[in-house]
Design a protein around this ligand. Structure first.
Ligand code: GLC
Length: 456
């Protein structure tokens, strides 16, 4: 149905009009340029710290309620006294994100435990009722004050809501640990429809009350419970109407890529980007916007006993590897219950930030390696430029950039070289041989830039 608005001379369409490719490109532009974001997992689970009744749990301990099979009321009552956010915590997050070189932050507005960080009128399981503050608002304001884009993680799974089903969803629920109790029917009286209404209204709260949101990061679906079970089309359309520029991931639908490497399946109607978790797809996801999310140790929510921290070299190399494959890197921080960012997280993120300060232009605003894999490192591109990320610096300082056909002209320099000296670029039949400048090695990844006039 087409309705022509005679008054303004514009054309409106009865049903939501599909976005053109150019419109989508414009909407996605900042996100594609950003390449680096900070993920924050913070909720009541941060107060449990990976321990329940004296037992320690490994893995993503924001799941401790599920692992330990804790009923919702017990969980809420036990953690409530320990969840005491300090003043100004959000400013610390925002400043750290900024000094890491991130362009955006995605924080858990509500995780699987169901606790809402905003002042929800639909439940008393929220920050306002627990601590008398709208923590969502504090976080959003702090991020904006630092000029960061604002992303919200929102879990459809809800272990607190009395209508969220326990069985047959293909999704986790703490009460699944109690199914062998004689006569216990956990789903008696639960109605998924009512839960889905509630979830839609919660999504409405966050997308109407806090100004512009840049990202909505849904989490997550199973084969059995996805898309129509969440009334996803309606939900996404409503969000888009309220927040026309918003970018959403595709986890309202089941996407095998969350677990494995089957990244070929992508439908733009199910979300704007796909989210490989804890791994970098070997060749990226050609033609698809993607973001690899990763923990800094082995958990998303804070754990008092997980010391398996990635090194600064890991962070820099992952950033470069992901950018060279055309993706974004969303790297996680799990603050303590009072919002404090543990020292190790701060140190690591600042180390990445120091590297980004010098070499950031080789990551931000770049596109994937256009010339094929190289044995010495990674490559990113901008019009007329290739950034050569050297991980294995050869003894003779010479690297081959296999540009085919070879360019007519090429000049180069080391990025971050205060003297800005040019480096030798020999054009040969198999590409350009670049001689790196000894002494310009960076301990994580060194970068040379190759200027190729007239090349896109
Ligand atoms: C998973 C986990 C969750 C984490 C998320 C981050 O879906 O359930 O705990 O928040 O991945 O990608």
């Amino acid at each position: 149905m087409l309705v022509v608005g005679a008054m303004c001379g514009c054309v409106t369409v009865g049903l939501a009009r599909a976005e053109t490719v150019a419109e989508r490109d414009a909407r996605m532009a900042w996100w594609r340029d950003a390449r680096l974001g900070m993920f924050v997992h913070w909720g009541l689970y941060s107060a449990a710290e990976g321990v329940w009744d004296g037992k320690t749990y490994q893995g993503g301990v924001e799941w401790v309620q599920h692992y330990a099979g804790v009923p919702a009321e017990v969980y809420a009552a036990r953690l409530r006294p320990w969840f005491k956010p300090k003043k100004g915590f959000a400013r610390e997050w925002a400043r750290l994100a900024k000094s890491m070189g991130a362009e955006y932050v995605v924080f858990t507005g509500k995780h699987h435990e169901g606790f809402a960080l905003w002042d929800s009128k639909l439940t008393d399981f929220d920050a306002k009722d627990f601590v008398g503050r709208d923590l969502f608002k504090e976080i959003v304001s702090a991020l904006r004050a630092e000029g960061l884009r604002v992303g919200v993680y929102f879990s459809m799974i809800d272990w607190h809501h009395p209508d969220f089903p326990v069985k047959n969803t293909g999704l986790p629920h703490p009460l699944q640990k109690h199914l062998d109790r004689p006569g216990f029917d956990p789903d008696a009286g639960r109605q998924m429809d009512r839960y889905v209404d509630y979830m839609h209204r919660q999504a409405e709260e966050i997308t109407t009350r806090y100004g512009r949101l840049d990202i909505l990061w849904w989490d997550y679906s199973s084969k059995e419970t996805q898309g129509p079970a969440w009334r996803a089309d309606e939900l996404m359309a409503a969000v888009r109407q309220r927040q026309p520029g918003i970018i959403m991931n595709n986890r309202l639908y089941f996407s095998p890529n969350v677990e494995g490497d089957n990244l070929g399946i992508f439908d733009v109607r199910h979300g704007d980007f796909t989210t490989p978790e804890q791994h970098i797809p070997a060749t990226g996801v050609p033609g698809v916007d993607w973001e690899a999310c990763m923990t800094l140790n082995g958990t998303w929510g804070w754990s008092q006993h997980d010391f398996s921290w990635k090194s600064a070299a890991d962070l820099v190399r992952n950033t470069v590897d992901i950018a060279s494959k055309g993706g974004n890197y969303l790297i996680n921080a799990g603050p303590l219950a009072d919002g404090t960012l543990p020292e190790t997280i701060q140190v690591r993120f600042r180390e990445l930030g120091e590297w980004m300060k010098v070499y950031g232009e080789s990551v931000r605003g770049t596109t994937a390696n256009p010339v094929g894999a190289v044995p010495w490192g990674r490559i990113t591109a901008k019009p007329g430029k290739l950034y050569l990320h050297v991980i294995d610096w050869p003894k003779d300082h010479r690297i081959l950039v296999p540009i085919q056909p070879p360019p007519a002209q090429a000049t180069g320099r080391m990025l971050g070289d205060p003297e800005n000296q040019s480096i030798a670029c020999d054009i040969q039949a198999n590409g350009v041989v670049v001689t790196l400048r000894p002494g310009r090695q960076n301990p994580y990844v060194s970068v040379a830039v190759l200027e190729l006039p007239g090349r896109n």
